[in-house]
Design a protein around this ligand. Structure first.
Ligand SMILES: *Cc1c(COP(=O)(O)O)cnc(C)c1O
Length: 400
């Protein structure tokens, strides 16, 4: 495990994770005892003398290039994930695109998992393709078979585990082993875990990216992304990429993310507990062909999830049996506690339809039934189940 740039946090990284989540990225002694770091809105940073300006070790130069609030959050997340340091961006997608661009050039080949977050796929197929970077999608369950796909010009393996919508858990240690044999950089979208219940850097991954918008933010009011580097060398490449592209994040968002971090562990635990109740109930529904939730023993990803993850979250997907479109509309539109919305990780339940036939190529999507993803929130699960139960009644009625 690599060492964080700041060394150990003041409270000592020997403490348990819940203790660290309370203390990471804040130091009341520095700000008159204030429990929380004040939000530092900043563009201009002023110098007392020309000598100070010319001093290359001057800590902060300009708001965009680094400031007290960005440093606090970046170091907190780097410590949480066992990395060296991090860069932040105005969204998860901006952190992803900045990170990929920092490591690839024209003529390179990159391997990207097929169950990738669709906007990341769009970036690969559009921007990277225009730049002459060849993108090859691989079966997320490939494991050590990835070795056969690595070419002389493979610059990057980009994973996402569990994958978007269908939650394939990748064999990250096996993929990293193959990558290391051939000197290929590895990157993973770790948004599902919030950096809490899976630690890719401990498994040898070079860059862990996250949509902070999701579980760290946790309240559906933050847009923020992060990319955490495993080492000083990786960090330098990432930071140069961020500086060249003007990638940065707003202090208000960073501050809200620091606040979200304090309660993430308890929120996630409750989301997962509620989700498990609902997933087990959904499994028995005759209207459903399959429930996607790795912590379910019946999920084909259960074994790897159990091996590598220390917890779960509130994301579930279902594949409805094939039915007339009206049945799906009636099911979804009548739900009272599942508004339709993108995103997840907030305190409230949400539903988002998935159109996977458009976003899968290595493992084409051939299912005919509707695929729906649920974020299970912090409501009483009995209320959510009652709402879904009525939904299935409408679904059955319209299917007849
Ligand atoms: C939402 C999401 C992102 C993008 O994050 P934004 O903050 O919305 O840009 C990236 N990866 C995954 C897996 C996501 O679900």
């Amino acid at each position: 495990m690599s060492k964080t740039k700041s060394g150990k946090s003041k409270q000592g990284s020997s403490h348990g994770e819940n203790t660290r989540l309370v203390h990471l990225g804040r130091d009341p002694d520095v700000y008159f005892g204030l429990a929380n770091l004040p939000v530092g809105r900043v563009s201009t940073i002023m110098y007392p003398s020309l000598q100070a300006y010319e001093n290359p070790n001057h800590k902060f130069r300009y708001g965009r290039t680094g400031n007290p609030t960005s440093e606090a959050f970046e170091m907190a997340m780097a410590e949480l994930e066992g990395g060296y340091n991090a860069i932040t961006a105005s969204s998860g997608l901006a952190a992803i695109t900045t990170s990929i661009l920092a490591f690839v050039k024209t003529g390179d080949h990159i391997l990207v998992c097929d169950s990738i977050y669709p906007p990341t796929r769009q970036f690969c197929d559009d921007t990277l393709a225009r730049m002459g970077v060849e993108v090859e999608y691989y079966d997320p369950l490939i494991g050590k078979g990835i070795g056969k796909l690595i070419r002389r010009n493979t610059a990057l393996i980009y994973m996402e585990s569990p994958g978007s919508a269908t939650f394939e858990v990748q064999d990250v240690p096996a993929i990293v082993l193959e990558a290391k044999k051939k000197g290929v950089t590895t990157m993973i979208d770790n948004s599902w875990s919030g950096g809490l219940i899976f630690k890719p850097i401990n498994h040898g991954v070079n860059v862990s990216v996250q949509s902070i918008t999701k579980y760290v933010g946790g309240h559906s009011d933050v847009s923020l992304g992060i990319a955490i580097a495993d080492s000083e060398k990786t960090y330098k490449t990432l930071k140069r990429g961020a500086l060249n592209l003007g990638t940065c994040a707003a202090p208000d968002e960073l501050w809200l993310a620091l606040r979200g971090l304090r309660t993430m562990a308890v929120r996630m635990k409750q989301n997962a507990q509620n989700a498990m109740k609902i997933a087990q109930w959904l499994e028995k529904r005759p209207e459903i062909k399959r429930v996607y939730y790795p912590p379910l023993k019946s999920d084909p990803n259960y074994k790897l999830w159990k091996r590598d993850f220390s917890g779960a979250n509130g994301l579930i997907a279902i594949l409805l049996k094939e039915a007339p479109k009206k049945a799906v509309y009636d099911f979804v539109n009548g739900l009272k506690l599942f508004p339709i919305g993108s995103s997840w990780g907030g305190y409230e339940s949400l539903l988002q339809p998935q159109y996977l036939e458009k976003f899968r190529s290595a493992v084409p999507w051939t299912e005919k039934g509707a695929c729906l993803r649920f974020q299970i929130g912090l409501e009483d699960p009995e209320d959510l189940i009652a709402d879904l139960e009525k939904g299935f009644e409408r679904f059955r009625k319209a299917s007849r």
